[in-house]
Design a protein. Sequence first.
Lengths: 31, 430
Amino acid sequence: VGIIGNTQQQRMEVIYDVAKSKLGFVPGSCA
Amino acid sequence: AHGAAGQVNHLIETSSFLPATTCSSSISTIKDLENKQSSLNIVHRHGACSSLFLDEGQEKTKTSTEFDPEEFLKHDQMRVEALHFKLTKRSANTQEQSAKATVLPVQIGASLGTANYIVRVGFGTPAKYMSLIFDTGSDLTWIQCKPCSKFCYDQQDAIFNPSESTSYSTINCTTRICFESQYATGISPSCGDSASCVYGIQYGDQSFSLGYLVNETLSITSTDVVNKFTFGCGQNNQGLFGKAAGLLGLGRHRLSIVSQTLKKYGGRFSYCLPSTSSSNGRLTFGAQKRLPSSVKFTPMVKDSRGPSYYFLNLVGISVGGKKLAISASVFASSGTIIDSGTVISRLPRTAYTSLQSAFKQFMSSYRSAKPLSILDTCFNLTGYKEVRIPKIALLFKGGVTLDVDPSGLLFIRSIEQVCLAFAANQDDKD
């Protein structure tokens, strides 16, 4: 299985919505 | 780093590669952290900001300078191997189950390895706050508990003492939740003293926790409280947990904090990971009032090989603005998960080879350097004040293009050994 590791998740907000079964990314929002 | 939209590269000052020795956080007290509603501070447990979580008068015991990159990457590889092992085992079990419907799958052992971000939450009444490893790749939350009947490692905070809490209760070993805990831990629970539920969880690096499954009040912040939260009260805890008091499991199993707070937060949480070991991030539970217009959503996928993991569909990669010629089936055959506890992204070998080749081509004016553990695309940037590296974007199902921040492209041991922060799986089927 490929894995998106935490180094590549830096400086972007990662949003988990289990109820709506979707994952969101907000680049640049964690400055 | 600069990298305006439309440009194909990032211009990075090499001075930014040096680790900071002081915490750049604007949040300076534990009280501040505990009063932020539904939002927790995240720090790197080896970084300068982990001292934030120490009480006044305590000395910081580990600094970022003590961190050994090779050891760190070795643990990351152990975690990845454990994830692969668990998923393969689950897949094999499913096939076996369909042949023998009455046989329950026995899932001994490995869950994951070391995760590196910590958050601070409170347990009990009155709440005792402690630092936990934060992990979307596991489900069971556990902390070290007195009387530590077998073994507790040294931790920063005082070890939780159930006898000092008015809201603590044990769980009977005949209950459904006790039985189901095996799907969160990989190990069948057993009955202890007074029919208490005894859990065990072992991680990929052989670290483990063993103790009682219990209910207790969990304070996410001082004003945001979850009653009867089920977690592990560890009596025998050994391994690579650093000074953390335990682990906060954010996976998809019904025992995870996400599932246990489903009514309260609607199964929604988000995080910003610290971009350096000396800065802060945040973990927030619940929906945001207004989503930023720049948000991009991709479907979250369920996969029977690992129902606790957050699968998503990676469909392509671009380097320097050009999409690599990788067939979508390369990604589809293995699947992809997103994990807060794995450090370096792993790609199917075919995809990695293509990424490596394009990256090397773009970086051809820089000297190569020897590999660093699992990272085999490294450069010696001695003598450069600024370097240009190509933009890398991950393409997900639904037309989502995710430009990886420049801070997420390189893993830096020193200016002589700066490596592309991606690695390959053994083969495309991993």
